[in-house]
Design a protein around this ligand. Structure first.
Ligand code: CO
Ligand code: CO
Ligand code: CO
Length: 318
């Protein structure tokens, strides 16, 4: 990525060097813009739900930085033969989610493509001194996760036709849930470090945060929340190829105790679509954070491990 990085002015507060969730550019002493883009192929059959999940996922990178979403632009690829009512439902799902966040869809662009894709470029605002990055994890910080894992496995099961959407609505509701509540709790407590869990899976995004922060981590595998139905499919080996890619991505930077089951390991590497926030909180602020999360609409506030002084990026799973 080195030769992609441009000369950075002092206004660029977060650029691409730390693989953070969004870029942040300062406009004035009090205001910076937070910018991100995400889009992907459908993971559910229902076009409205797909639109909602894609939008919740795109907005999530703003929330992970502690920002407030303001505007969003659709990015769409679509094949006209599928029928424009399908496209309309996707866009309506996205728009409803964006409006729920308090932001507005202000435009976008569509290209023809046999494989439909949808997502958004989102712009938010933040106070330049209140930015939450993936590079500020401190040794001793406790790690808190706000959504269960397993959505990649469930999406694979949906695609394979072995489960119906109605049977996994709790997880679909989870994927379309905004990370707004977790973000509000982080701002209330003054959290410095966070990332959201998406395509690289729990361990992949943890790894990126640890690399950026030059720290390690120890994870209590049994404390990590998972969707029950995903466990069922993982037990029969229905795991997306992305999980193996994520495993390879970590290379030598991981040690998993032999006491951790194969199923749990698969969950930890499972690529999430629109997962939760992984928050780093100092031990003395942990109770305050959990109390604040308790007042918000979040799916879980699971204490899953801690940041260690291990070599940068090294994760122990016990
Ligand atoms: Co992200
Ligand atoms: Co993203
Ligand atoms: Co255009």
């Amino acid at each position: 990525m080195g030769n992609l990085s441009l000369k950075r002015g002092e206004e660029l507060l977060v650029g691409i060097e730390t693989s953070d969730d969004a870029a942040i550019y300062r406009l004035t002493d009090d205001i910076a813009i937070v910018q991100t883009l995400d889009f992907f192929t459908p993971i559910v059959d229902d076009p409205y739900l797909f639109g909602q999940i894609a939008a919740a996922n795109a907005l999530s990178d703003i929330y992970a930085m502690g920002g407030e979403p303001k505007t969003a632009m659709n990015i769409v690829s679509f094949w006209p033969k599928l029928g424009y009512d399908i496209l309309e439902q996707i866009l309506r799902g996205g728009r409803d989610k964006v409006e729920e966040s308090g932001a507005n869809v202000i435009g976008g662009h569509t290209v023809e493509d046999k494989e439909p894709k949808y997502g958004l470029a989102v712009t938010g605002i933040i106070h330049p001194k209140k930015i939450i990055t993936n590079s500020a994890a401190e040794e001793g910080d406790i790690l808190v996760l706000t959504k269960p894992l397993g959505m990649g496995i469930l999406a694979t099961a949906l695609k394979g036709g072995v489960v119906e959407e109605e049977e996994i609505m709790d997880a679909i509701d989870g994927a379309r849930k905004l990370n707004a509540g977790g973000s509000a709790a982080m701002r209330e407590i003054g959290i410095k470090a966070c990332t959201d869990i998406t395509g690289f899976g729990f361990l992949g995004h943890l790894f990126l945060m640890l690399k950026a922060s030059q720290k390690g981590a120890r994870i209590q595998a049994n404390e990590v929340p998972v969707w029950d139905k995903a466990v069922e499919f993982a037990e029969i080996g229905l795991v997306p190829g992305g999980a193996a890619t994520n495993r390879n991505f970590l290379g030598e930077n991981i040690s998993i105790s032999s006491l951790v089951s194969d199923v749990t390991r698969d969950m930890l590497f499972d690529p999430q679509t629109s997962g939760g926030l992984l928050i780093c909180v100092s031990r003395d602020k942990l109770d305050n954070l959990l109390e604040s999360l308790g007042k918000q609409d979040v799916l879980s506030s699971a204490v899953v491990g801690e940041v260690t002084g291990n070599s940068a990026g090294f994760i122990e799973v016990v």
